[in-house]
Design a protein around this ligand. Sequence first.
Ligand code: AR6
Length: 178
Amino acid sequence: MTIVRFHEKIKKMERIFRQDITKMDVDAIVNAANTRLLGGGGVDGAIHRAAGPGLLEECRTLNGCPTGSAKATKGYNLPAKYVIHAVGPVWRGGHKNEPELLKGCYITSLQIAKDLQCKTIAFPNISTGIYGYPKRQAAEIAIGAVRQFLENNDLPEKVYFVCFDEENYRIYEQIMRG
Ligand code: AR6
């Protein structure tokens, strides 16, 4: 396969959505959590509300998660079978290992999804809300990490970037069109 055709193939494995991630009918959705894994605001709050109390109960058994990594639970009342709780970095100016930690969230989540035999996975724009990561930089890391993983692994088969806010949606469209 030529390099161009290979990149076309990877592009077909990614899609952008503009909607509430709790509505996604996929094998796994990713949560933008914090190290305690006990819920919070933003997408984390929305996922816990939609999943119901079983999610928090299972989260309590996980003993938290380090920044840059992720842990999975079941999806409870969500359409998704699993929730992969990833802990993004708080933006502190860019010299505190933020890019590597953010990339780690995506790669670990994809590896967990693969281990769980997930064909489809949906990501929110991790760290770009309350944690203040600059959106364009975060999008470049997210898309780069996903492409790198898809090039080397047969699962997941489809990755969805769920952009809730207009600015993120426009940034993702621009990068992925290019
Ligand atoms: N569906 C998809 N995306 C959403 C939704 C939704 N329902 N709601 C918000 N977003 P944030 P962070 C987008 O703040 O920056 C929590 O308190 C939002 O537009 O949820 O990683 C956790 O417990 C933004 O682009 O997560 C942590 O303490 C993206 O989700 C902390 O916030 C991420 O925004 C994590 O902060």
